[in-house]
Design a protein around this ligand. Structure first.
Ligand code: S0N
Length: 287
């Protein structure tokens, strides 16, 4: 399959999915999300694949979240930055199946929810190989992976309230399950950046290694996983998912709400400040 924004390689039972936009710290745009979803669906149904690794190209970033330059007043979609809010239409299809990244024109809004669903519902372990910044929607992606292995230069954090965005679905609720309520609120409200060492202490990652050893370490974990019973792993993953599955309903609601929030001047102030490289000023929006 020909992808433009990701690399997709299958080797020795492992599917390696790499966001390939290092020039923007592997920020995802609409087509990136569609391609990622398509690759996860492919890996799900390929019996030769037992483990999936998600990573970013280069040595600076895993993923920096939504591409702020594609975001318009209404959200992310091809050409959205120059469209009116209502041109972006309503909610798209939900769920991972049939993303059809390479077979359909990209004339619809970004479907992050489908990607989240694809990561959670593939009945195989997904490892986030975090090789630099994992921030904003990129941080949510690693949190949703089953395991996270980070390089010692990795930086973690949410940025939403700083850039006029919030993933109030899995982004908030699932993070709280991982690091606890107090820490999750701190991460979301203050938008600070955390080191790999911090992440290890708070249980946000499973292991930290020097950047030069990252790939080998992940390959080691993959080999261990590939020796295990695939059905037992699938049942364990699905069992772990059950308790947080109601969050998927919240995620639908949260994404609809986010679409409305994106239409406001307040949300655009966050986006514009980032793109214009200036301090953000939300003071006038206080109620
Ligand atoms: C990653 C950061 C911290 C890296 O800083 P550093 O190393 O100083 O590099 P920069 O000079 O800042 O960046 C290098 C070049 O890359 C561009 N760039 C970086 N990140 C992005 C980005 N996210 N979008 C577009 N461009 C990006 C820079 O502009 C720069 O380019 P040049 O050289 O041309 O100036 C730092 O870059 C940073 O803080 N980045 C922004 C992080 C951020 O705020 N991300 C977006 C947060 N929001 C989301 O992710 C939305 C999530 C989302 O889409 C979603 C999630 C769930 C449900 C729904 C949705 C939905 O929106 O639909």
């Amino acid at each position: 399959m020909a992808y433009t924004d990701i690399l997709y390689e299958k080797k020795n039972g492992v599917a390696w999915i790499t966001i390939n936009r290092p020039e923007v710290r592997n920020a995802f745009r609409t087509i990136t999300v569609a391609e990622l979803t398509d690759a996860f669906v492919d890996a799900r149904w390929d019996p030769a694949i037992g483990v999936v690794v998600l990573t970013g190209a280069g040595d600076k970033a895993f993923c920096s979240g939504g591409d702020q330059k594609e975001r318009g007043q209404g959200g992310y979609a091809p050409g959205a930055a120059s469209q009116r809010p209502m041109d972006l239409g309503g909610e798209g299809r939900s769920g991972a199946e049939g993303a059809g990244a390479t077979s359909r024109p990209f004339n619809r809004p970004m479907d992050v929810e489908a990607l989240h669903s694809a990561i959670r519902h593939i009945p195989k372990p997904v490892i986030a190989m975090v090789n630099g910044f994992a921030v904003g929607g990129g941080h949510v992606l690693h949190v949703l992976c089953d395991l996270s292995i980070a390089s010692d230069n990795a930086i973690f954090g949410q940025t939403g309230p700083r850039v006029g965005s919030v993933d109030a679905g899995h982004g908030t609720g699932f993070l709280a399950r991982v690091v606890g309520e107090k820490k999750a609120r701190e991460i979301w409200y203050l938008c600070r950046q955390y080191s790999a060492a911090d992440a290890l202490v708070m249980g946000l990652v499973n292991k930290v290694v020097p950047l030069k050893d990252l790939r080998a370490e992940v390959e080691k974990w993959c080999a261990e996983l590939l020796d295990k019973s695939p059905t037992a792993l699938a049942l364990a993953k699905q069992s772990f998912n059950i308790d947080s599955e109601p969050r998927a309903g919240v995620a639908q609601f949260a994404h609809t709400a986010l679409g409305l929030y994106y239409q406001t001047d307040e949300a655009m102030e966050g986006r514009n400040a980032f793109v214009e490289k200036r301090p953000v000023d939300f003071k006038k929006f206080r109620k």
